[in-house]
Design a protein around this ligand. Sequence first.
Ligand SMILES: *Cc1c(COP(=O)(O)O)cnc(C)c1O
Length: 545
Amino acid sequence: MSINQSGWRPTSPEANTGNVPASVTGNKALMLEEALIFEIGDGETTGVDFDTFGSPANAGAQGTKDSDHGPGFLRSQENKLGGLLRTAPIGLPGLSEPETVRHYTRLSRQNYGIDLGFFPLGSCTMKHNPRLNEKMARLPGFSDVHPLQPVDTVQGALEVIHQLAHWLVTLTGMTSVAMSPKAGAHGELCGILAIRAALEAKGEGARKIILVPESAHGTNPATAAFAGYSVEDIPATAEGRVDTAALKARLGPDVAGVMITNPNTCGLFERDMREISDAVHAAGGFVYCDGANFNAIVGRVRPGDLGIDAMHINLHKTFSTPHGGGGPGSGPVVFSEALTPYAPVPFVERQGDQFVLIEEENADEHHAGSFGRMVAFHGQMGMFTRALTYILSHGADGLRQVSEDAVLNANYILRSLDDTLDAPFGPSGPCMHEALFSDSGLAAGFSTIDIAKGLIDEGFHPMTMYFPLVVHGAMLVEPTETESKAALDQFIAALRSVAERAKAGDPSLKTAPHFAPRARLDETLAARKPVLVWKDPAPLAQAAE
Ligand SMILES: *Cc1c(COP(=O)(O)O)cnc(C)c1O
């Protein structure tokens, strides 16, 4: 079906479904179709009223219009471009201002977000972003700050970083924190680089193995490999936790450390953490903990008490700063005393009543072994402001309740659905912040993807699918603490209904979603061979003068 000259796709008769005729426009009431901007825009239309070069209003530019080179083309001996003058039209589509506003508004309505509905994407902690955080982050003293401003003009911003650092260290029971890493995976790299620097300083740089349990997040082995380590898997037990005996048996002089996700990707707390840390330390290695799921234990467990040497915290998960399409991540890394000297710069320190930025690796004895920097400047200021607002507005009791409610909500989902869906680790006890189901028991030919697509028709973002790998056809549901019981009940009813259709082999589920703007896309092809350049299927002659 192609775009007509007015820039919309007339609906073909096949689009009629049952007794309901398709609309002529392809729109479905409030759900509006929208073509690509390249299909609806053209080189002639613009929302801005430029003077034509060479016109009297522009006489000072000394330009003349060159009709060989399209509209408004400047040819001037006075131009400052040397020989780099453009010789062909740029080919960008133009729209009027109202068309532009509608284009992007329509596209945004085809998307899903946490402000629209329940977003149970496991491991991602898609919780509500409190508006108070936004209000604070928008205060001009924070939002307009420039990283190269003189330090005495940004004392307030540095105080925010310093205070947030204080609370992160306090909540985790660790010694120091590097604030600059810009996401969870970036924080992992930061932690592993500090471990490497510490080992090299001890003359133990030959340790080249990082042990990673099967229940760890996928970014963990990727990080270790990226930092030049060989990754060895440690199996999981039948109840979904790391096999401590197997891990201890593998320790030795070639092992640099372990990376353990806790709570792990099965949504379970790794209970043997202290025993594992002691064994790793006795064998001369370090313990990295993936703390992206800290929201499940904040206020109740201090990783420092578990013998952890480095752990990243996802401010965009635990501390509610927006993520996904909504904002950049931020992944500060807390360190033990043993790793603190190797942490990256910069640090904010308080000296008397001044806040100073420690930016040099050898600034003082505390940072003598620093491995360098993770980023050019100081981290994500907007996210620091939001996270500190979240921490202060919740207080100690509120943060504790965050983790309790997150765990309660996940267990409510687990126990409400384990009669319909297979919950492989359900029998071994409660889960932490996310509930894990498998595709066992679905009709032949039906899998997790069919349930995910069915949930789209019910108006929900699907859960995490086929991850973690230790469970066949995994469905990982993370409700977070910000969902009400009413929202959870509605989701449970929807997932129950879709699961029952998948168990009964309802063929209409194989073609779901039926109500979404697009149905089953080849997501693998899109990821492996993305088409990033739009090509005009039937190029019109470029408009000349
Ligand atoms: C989200 C997540 C990560 C990665 O965090 P990013 O900010 O997306 O890089 C790592 N580990 C776990 C357990 C996570 O949930």
